[in-house]
Design a protein around this ligand. Structure first.
Ligand SMILES: *Cc1c(COP(=O)(O)O)cnc(C)c1O
Length: 233
């Protein structure tokens, strides 16, 4: 029995409740369904239940799914770590990239994005204390990198992303998300046009929404648990 529609509905209810609880309009918070490691049929189920944006971490996994689902106008988000030899394919097949942390990668994505495609939507991943992955630019270097990325022609810098180490302490969860929001506010005051905070996963989305998340990236609570998988290089 396919539980995806029901689990998706429950996640949407949690998003609406969390937004309402802090006085935000529920429409401010967009749900990115993280379908990494899950089959194309799961994505199709979620689509049929109204979900439109899907996130993938592993290019080799994502490409056959994107191909199998090309009859659906899905908005594809690449949320994994970038490698130079993957940027061409990411620029060709995705609408958003969440974890840009090097100018070199952003330049390649911009160069490789075709002119007949809309600009690639990009978030800068920031490394705040206690990151789960090694990715992300240190906060004190984020401003310089953000300004450089914002000048690239085929990229639209939308905002910031963080991937904190998992903790069940909501105070700690909120402290990290608050720092990302404060950094965004600094960059906006400094002239950058950033409207996106990509933060919050299955275990901490309420904290992220309370601190201003505009995209929550939810996998497990929609599609179920994933097999353990080693970190990407
Ligand atoms: C896997 C992943 C998610 C989703 O995590 P869940 O805990 O399954 O909701 C979100 N963001 C990134 C970057 C991920 O790698």
């Amino acid at each position: 029995m396919n539980q995806i529609p029901e689990q998706l509905a429950r996640v949407r209810e949690r998003i609406d409740a969390a937004a309402t609880a802090c006085g935000r309009p529920p429409g401010d918070v967009h749900l990115l369904a993280v379908s990494k490691t899950k089959p194309a049929s799961d994505v199709r189920s979620a689509w049929q239940a109204g979900q439109r944006a899907f996130g993938e971490n592993y290019l080799q996994d994502a490409l056959p799914k994107i191909d199998a689902l090309r009859d659906l106008p899905i908005e594809w988000h690449f949320i994994g770590r970038l490698q130079s030899n993957k940027t061409a394919s990411i620029a060709a097949h995705f609408d958003w990239v969440h974890a840009v942390d090097q100018l070199k990668h952003a330049q390649r994505l911009s160069d490789q994005r075709r002119d007949d495609q809309p600009p690639l939507q990009v978030c800068l991943q920031v490394n705040l204390s206690g990151e789960a992955s090694k990715g992300g630019v240190p906060a004190d270097e984020a401003g310089e990198l953000a300004h450089a990325i914002a000048r690239l022609p085929r990229i639209r810098l939308r905002g910031l992303m963080v991937l904190p180490a998992p903790t069940t302490d909501t105070g700690e969860q909120r402290a990290v998300f608050r720092r990302l929001r404060e950094l965004q506010q600094c960059l906006v005051a400094d002239g950058l046009d950033l409207d996106t905070l990509s933060m919050g996963m299955s275990g901490d989305m309420e904290s992220a929404i309370a601190e201003g998340a505009t995209i929550v990236r939810i996998g497990t609570d929609i599609f179920g648990a994933r097999p353990a998988r080693p970190e990407q290089p």
